[in-house]
Write a protein that binds this ligand. Structure first.
Ligand code: YXS
Length: 268
């Protein structure tokens, strides 16, 4: 990961792309990588740009050895009282949907403590891989914020209603081990192995058939809404799947398996 040079003001979000793996780095450690409007707008631009540049999987991370992965929404930028702090059009909600709707899998690589909206960001990712000292705290109740229905459902869907209630009601940090036990985190690894493990998982994803991976993510997204699937959504899912099983990659994947050789997927 190349760090921006000190002469120019640091970009709040730095991105790199190598071997079809995108990396999106929070680059504001002085402000504990808190989700300020300017950082969130840069994030909202950078994520789709990485996917359009050819990323088949994207890792979201903070600088190595961060004590705080992200301190959550910039509290100084929360709207004045009596206005909904987390309405559909607010930057945090647009950022979370950008991650959920990203056509390729997004992995949160977490070291340090994670707070508030940054926990919801982890929930919106497709996988969370953390070091054994990471913690996760949902603090709206501590700040007097009612949170919002879609955000609450992210946690209910991930860790179940009782553990979600405990996180929100206590507003206390959840340990990495507890987060792994309740399904919030896919894996915990020692800090010095975190990067190798995360990028190893990312490489497995990047080597698989991109159209199939995209179609599977799109189905997870549509099905994760939990509501009954109406006819049009069912047809939309079928059309997403048909594009894959009509593709050359689908034929290549099966042919390679029969010929006992690694598949070479071209995304078409
Ligand atoms: O006093 P200075 O100017 O140095 O600034 C301090 C903190 O005010 C600032 N800071 C923040 N500024 C804006 N928004 C934040 N979220 C935020 N967090 C911290 O950073 C400077 C260093 O903070 P300090 O002295 O407290 O550092 P520390 O090492 O003692 O403690 C680090 C934290 C992260 C444990 C502590 O700063 C903290 O608890 N921060 C608030 C975490 C939090 O509750 N985040 C949720 C934000 S609200 C949100 O995400 C959603 C809207 S919701 O609440 O609904 O989930």
């Amino acid at each position: 990961m190349t760090q921006p040079d000190s002469s120019t003001p640091p970009t709040l979000i730095a991105t790199t792309l190598a071997d079809n793996i995108g990396t999106l780095l929070f680059n504001n450690p002085g402000k504990l990588n808190c989700l300020s409007h300017s950082l969130m707008e840069k994030f909202i631009e950078a994520l789709p740009a990485l996917e359009q540049q050819g990323a088949r999987v994207i890792v979201i991370r903070a600088p190595a050895k961060s004590r705080v992965w992200s301190a959550g929404h910039d509290i100084n930028e929360l709207p004045e009282p009596r206005r909904d702090p987390l309405s559909y059009g607010d930057a945090l909600e647009r950022l979370l949907r950008k991650v959920q709707d990203c056509p390729v899998p997004v992995i949160a690589m977490v070291e340090g403590s994670v707070w508030g909206g940054a926990c919801d960001l982890c929930c919106s990712c497709d996988m969370v891989i953390a070091d054994d000292k990471a913690t996760f705290a949902m603090t709206p109740a501590k700040i007097g914020i009612p949170y919002n229905p879609s955000g609450l459902m992210h946690f209910v869907n991930h860790i179940g209603v009782n553990k979600a209630k405990e996180m929100f009601f206590t507003a206390q940090p959840t340990s990495a081990q507890e987060a792994h036990n309740n399904g919030f985190v896919n894996a915990i690894v020692p800090a010095d192995e975190l990067e190798a493990y995360t990028y190893g998982r990312a490489a497995h994803i990047a080597r698989n058939a991109p159209l199939a991976v995209r179609a599977i993510k799109a189905q997870f997204r549509l099905l994760s809404r939990g509501a009954l699937i109406d006819a049009e959504t069912a047809e939309r899912i079928q059309s997403i799947r048909r594009r894959v099983y009509d593709s050359q990659d689908y034929a290549e994947g099966i042919r390679a398996f029969k010929e006992k050789r690694p598949p070479h997927f071209e995304g078409k």
